[in-house]
Write a protein that binds this ligand. Sequence first.
Ligand SMILES: *Cc1c(COP(=O)(O)O)cnc(C)c1O
Length: 399
Amino acid sequence: MNKVYLDNNATTMIDPEAYEAMLPFLGENFGNPNSLHSYGNATHAALGRAMDQLYAGIGAKDSDDIVVTSCATESNNWVLKGVYFDILKEQKNGKNRIIVSSVEHPAVGATAAFLESLGVEVTRLDVDHNGLVSPQALKSVIGDDVALVSVMNANNETGVIFDIKSMAEIAHAYGALFHTDAVQAVGKIPVNVAESNVDFLSFSAHKFHGPKGVGGLYIKNSRELTPLLHGGEHMGGRRSGTLNVAGIVAMGKALENSVKFLDFERSQVRRLRDKLEDAILEMSDTYVVGDRQVRVPNTILASIKGVEGEAMLWDLNQAGIAASTGSACASESLESNPIMEAIGADAELAHTALRLSLSRFTTEAEIDYAIEVIKKATNRLRAISSSFSYAPSWHKSGL
Ligand SMILES: *Cc1c(COP(=O)(O)O)cnc(C)c1O
């Protein structure tokens, strides 16, 4: 087996149909959709279809509630900074605080820290043993001084799913807006903005088999939000910049197809994920973060005692398998991952993190091969690890 891609939470391969759909707009159909001539008309019609696919994909009603952006990082920045300009800067209605989870993607986490540097009060919600924030935890810290609550729909490292519907309800009871970064949920589990009643929802095409450099923000009732990008009249003046027509057309197709495969995701992708996870847990001194029933179907954040995450990645890569350590080991510092910390793990555990993320394109043969390689690498690396001894202290989780 030459190449196995198990890093789908970082980015995904492009859906061949989405790829085909975008080609004409990189070639002969180069018109600016805002132009009032035949070149513009061709692109205008395709954009309309793509927007319909986006609305259907996340259950938004067809008004002006979705604004296309360049990525989810932009969408997340826009929500936090927009709420800053609209409410926090002037402390409207006494609101000078936001609440975020402690395990947000940096696109939310670092933006919250930036607002903090401008004088906004930021409350960070800790996670429990599953890497989750309970609605109860939000209830215990929220107050009328809160303008925005931002909690992700599913976590990029662990795959755990947050109860955003309950949290949106709590936020609304205190007159706060609710935002969710749904990048890791869209295309993996059903996402419906009408049902969850969120005010803002971010998504990114390249996490659901669309191209890179295009994403979106759902804004309930096309509420006014101070733009991040001022300029022309694109997207109703809310997000200026000539539209990425090819990217948007491909994103629409990719979302439509991903939603068609949600049942497959829940059955087949999950079955393969569980097979791989079972094989890891069968080895001694291994651990998986988050109960299976609270996770998206494609993700495993495992820890294999005595095996440095980086060393495992090296062995996997030698065998043609792409995986990740999650962001647990992304930094050079010895600071441990908040999720790992929350489940009571020490620094060693955080350094043995291995994230494996599947997609609907992952095959059973690939998983069988990955199991074989991971077992071999574990034996090899444990044999040369000075710190590892078989202490039967770890309990099994993830079942
Ligand atoms: C990948 C990711 C992002 C960033 O998306 P981009 O479109 O690459 O900016 C944001 N949030 C989460 C949870 C992600 O996994």
